[in-house]
Design a protein around this ligand. Structure first.
Ligand SMILES: [Zn+2]
Length: 80
């Protein structure tokens, strides 16, 4: 009889412990795709201000009037 009480007590303790663990872990929202704030996507495409060719923003040359596909077009547009 003494062992029965100990076993029941142990089961109750385990049950309470498990209930507390589940209650302490609220459902986490599903992970979203990693987005770096403040940084444009690597695949963003821009158009050259002269010939309107599309190219990745990383390859575009920034100028005073916009973005260009090449230094030649930048000079052509900005007269420099
Ligand atoms: Zn161009």
């Amino acid at each position: 009889m003494k062992y029965l009480i100990v076993i029941v007590l142990a089961l109750v303790v385990v049950w309470i412990w498990r209930s507390n663990r589940q209650a302490g872990q609220p459902g986490k929202p599903p992970r979203q795709a990693a987005v770096r704030p403040g940084q444009p996507a690597a695949t963003e495409v821009v158009a050259c201000a002269v010939c309107a060719v599309h190219l990745p923003r990383a390859d575009a040359l920034p100028g005073g009037q916009g973005l260009y596909c090449s230094d030649a077009h930048r000079r052509q547009a900005e007269g420099g």
